[in-house]
Design a protein around this ligand. Structure first.
Ligand SMILES: Cc1cc2nc3c(=O)[nH]c(=O)nc-3n(C[C@H](O)[C@H](O)[C@H](O)COP(=O)(O)OP(=O)(O)OC[C@H]3O[C@@H](n4cnc5c(N)ncnc54)[C@H](O)[C@@H]3O)c2cc1C
Length: 374
């Protein structure tokens, strides 16, 4: 049985590995547009950008590992179309038949024309090349304008400050990370960056005049799922590629996983599309289970982590479209800190900052009643 995986990112790599771990001995082909073996992206805005680790440390496995596991990773190979009836994909180098197809094409950064046309050097951050180029540009006294105070923008701001650059962050919302964290906890991130001398300019769109003051511009305004291959093939797509609890698309032989998958989540009871590292791994494993007939629904709750300056944080769960009633907190954000987002007396999301022993407890608190002593 030939399994073809489109996208040699973390989700695709994990599916291939999990198929072998579960004993699948058929052909596995991983087709990746980038010129790299599969790698992890989180270090690209953290350890690699800070200069603490070499970019090569981000590879999931070395070349020998893929060879030993008889997994055919074809880098520099872009899939151009899917022939559903003929069960084959057309690539830049030829055709490849499949019995099962896994789409793991990930996301691409949203572009900002104002920045692209600013005449300043503009950086986006998605690939190894992006990270290496940005790292080289972040030098002492460079004036860096970061557009977007989301996770990537704030991690870049922290790395740029550590390199001694002068950093301005522009954000249209009134606080960084407001949509994810709400005002109670988002305020702490604003305080954290201001304490590190970041010039946070909130509540107004960035202008060309702002960018004229900068030596370089970094755009971190979110990503779009790469769904064009799926929609051109006629698969059901709405924001992401629609998949069921077993990660199956509207075609019975095609799964979609990772950043592109909009999954009917069995625990949350709604569709979620999760653009995070842990989800790429979890859905990668679950896709292998589905292919091998294990029928295990993917029920893991969303999970995310970030590192900024001396702050390490983990976030579990998800605040739904109905929002939350209140946030309970314990501790001090500059030390060990915990927060619970509560809706109808149930914890819908929880986070810990610099309180790593609390990880398991915080994860387990989601779906339970709120803690009584905070
Ligand atoms: C700088 C950075 C930092 C991050 N930090 C964190 C973090 O701290 N915590 C966290 O939880 N998440 C983080 N993330 C998010 C996390 O990395 C993603 O959720 C994860 O990479 C998604 O994996 P994926 O395999 O779905 O997609 P991707 O990693 O995007 O991989 C998809 C691959 O498919 C390839 N591809 C696309 N189309 C085709 C095609 N037609 N043919 C062949 N190949 C194709 C792409 O080139 C790409 O290599 C970060 C992301 C970035 C960019």
């Amino acid at each position: 049985m030939t399994v073809v995986i489109v996208g040699a990112g973390l989700a695709g790599a994990t599916t291939a590995q999990a198929l072998r771990d579960r004993g699948h001995d058929g052909e596995i082909v991983v087709l990746g547009a980038e010129d790299h073996l599969p790698y992890e992206r989180p270090p690209l805005s953290k350890a690699v950008l800070l200069g603490d680790k070499e970019v090569d440390s981000a590879y999931v496995h070395d070349e020998a590992w893929w060879r030993e596991h008889d997994i055919d990773v074809r880098t520099g190979t872009e899939v151009q179309s899917i022939d559903l009836a003929g069960r084959r994909v057309v690539t830049t180098t030829g055709e490849q038949p499949y019995e099962w197809l896994v789409l793991a094409t990930g996301s691409e950064p949203r572009r900002l024309r104002l920045a692209d046309e600013s005449g300043r050097p503009v950086h986006y951050l998605r690939t190894m090349e992006d990270s290496v180029a940005l790292k080289a540009a972040l030098t002492q006294d460079t004036r860096v304008a970061v557009i977007g105070a989301g996770w990537i923008g704030l991690e870049v701001a922290a790395a740029a400050r550590s390199a001694g650059a002068a950093v301005t962050v522009h954000e249209t919302e009134s606080l960084p990370l407001l949509a994810v964290l709400g005002p109670e906890v988002a305020q702490h991130f604003a305080d954290l960056h201001r304490a590190h001398d970041v010039d946070l300019r909130l509540g107004a769109p960035v202008t060309s005049e702002d960018l004229a003051e900068a030596d370089l511009v970094v755009v971190g305004i979110g990503v779009s799922p790469r769904t064009s291959l799926a929609s051109a093939a006629g698969l059901e797509v709405d924001d992401g590629v629609l998949v069921d609890e077993l990660l199956r698309t509207s075609d019975e032989r095609i799964l979609a996983i990772g950043d592109i998958a909009s999954q009917q989540h069995p625990v949350l009871g709604r569709r979620v599309r999760v653009e995070h590292w842990d989800n790429a791994i979890g859905q990668g494993k679950a896709a292998a289970a589905t292919i091998l007939g294990a029928a295990e629904s993917y029920a893991k709750l969303p999970y995310f982590f970030t590192d900024q300056y001396d702050l390490g944080m983990e976030y579990f769960g998800s605040v739904g479209p109905e929002g939350y009633d209140r946030v309970q907190t314990r501790g001090d954000f500059s030390g060990a800190f915990r927060a619970w987002w509560v809706k109808d007396d149930v914890v819908v999301a929880a986070m810990q900052a610099n309180d790593w022993d609390a990880s398991d407890e915080m994860r387990a608190s989601v779906g339970q009643g709120p803690p009584s002593d905070s």
